[in-house]
Design a protein around this ligand. Structure first.
Ligand SMILES: Nc1nc2c(ncn2[C@@H]2O[C@H](COP(=O)(O)OP(=O)(O)OP(=O)(O)O)[C@@H](O)[C@H]2O)c(=O)[nH]1
Ligand SMILES: [Mg+2]
Length: 272
């Protein structure tokens, strides 16, 4: 079951097979190692199934015992990790800022957790933190900070930029994470109001995401190709009101607003 309990030759063979799945090597285990052992191992040692560890930490005036379950990212281990979602108080979701697929996979991780918790499971009572990891490799970055932050904060999750290699952001992330879990427990299992309001709406977050992923100017404004001037202007006005930098504080709103202005200008040039 747990990597360390398996015969060595099976672990070695499994690791060899998993080595090529770069998009799943987000650095989850390295983040834990950096925090607990203050070191970094560049060689990839895939987690086999699940690894478990216990540590004691000081948070504010309390000493708390933390049980860490480090899950393997590979789909192959689904049957092993699905047993470990219940009774979770906090989740660290990790993606590699140089691997867009690992960022896109965050939704599937949430879905997997939701499914395993079942209809009575309540994700609202769990603290989530998103780690945008490997920020030391800035040259290869394919998911920028505003995109990651938007995904996290629009769901009421914490967001941190981290590097398990240099240690950047790791301690701050864990301390904030533990603090939030303690606040949640002290609050009877409900998120305190301060961490719920992020200052922007889901509609704004969805619009920014849609604009980023749009394939052309028509798509960006949400109108059909060949739409009339009036239709373009109407769609433009709606988005401009929603995303105007004076009104919208969501990460990436300024760029989205500029993109919408440019899309409208480009479209109107070609519409008689
Ligand atoms: N440059 C850089 N490399 C990192 C960082 N974190 C992890 N790595 C490398 O990324 C690879 C994967 O790291 P792991 O921590 O094993 O990834 P994982 O998410 O636990 O992977 P699975 O156990 O297969 O789910 C390893 O080769 C690490 O050395 C980082 O912050 N910067
Ligand atoms: Mg791992």
């Amino acid at each position: 079951l747990v990597g360390r309990q398996m015969p060595h030759f099976i672990v070695r063979k499994s690791r060899r097979i998993l080595q090529d799945r770069v998009s799943e090597q987000r650095g989850g285990s390295c983040i834990i190692k950096r925090y607990c052992e203050k070191r970094f191992v560049p060689k990839y040692l895939a987690t086999i199934g699940i690894d478990y560890g216990v540590t004691k930490v000081q948070v504010r005036d309390r000493e708390i015992k933390v049980n860490i379950f480090d899950m393997a990212g590979h789909p192959f281990f689904y049957e092993v990790r699905n047993e470990f979602y219940k009774d979770t108080q906090g989740v660290i979701l990790v993606y590699d800022v140089g691997q867009k697929e690992s960022f896109d996979a965050l939704d599937a991780w949430l879905a997997e957790m939701k499914q395993e918790l079942g209809p009575h499971g309540n994700m609202e009572n769990i603290v989530f933190v998103v780690c945008a990891n490997k920020i030391d490799c800035s040259k290869h970055r394919s998911v920028d900070e505003s995109e990651g932050r938007l995904w996290a904060e629009s769901r009421g999750f914490l967001y941190f930029e981290t590097s398990a290699q240099t240690g950047e952001g790791i301690n701050e992330m864990f301390q904030t994470f533990y603090s939030a879990i303690i606040d949640l427990c002290d609050n009877g299992g409900k998120r305190p109001p301060s961490s719920m309001g992020v200052g922007f709406t889901k509609e704004q977050a969805d619009a920014i995401r849609r604009i980023r992923n749009s394939k052309d100017s028509w798509d960006m404004l949400g109108v059909k190709p060949g739409a009339t001037r009036d239709e373009v202007n109407k769609a433009y006005r709606k988005l401009a009101v929603l995303l105007h930098p004076d009104k919208c504080v969501a990460p990436g709103s300024e760029d989205a607003f500029k993109a919408v202005v440019n899309a409208r200008t480009a479209l109107l040039k070609n519409i008689k």
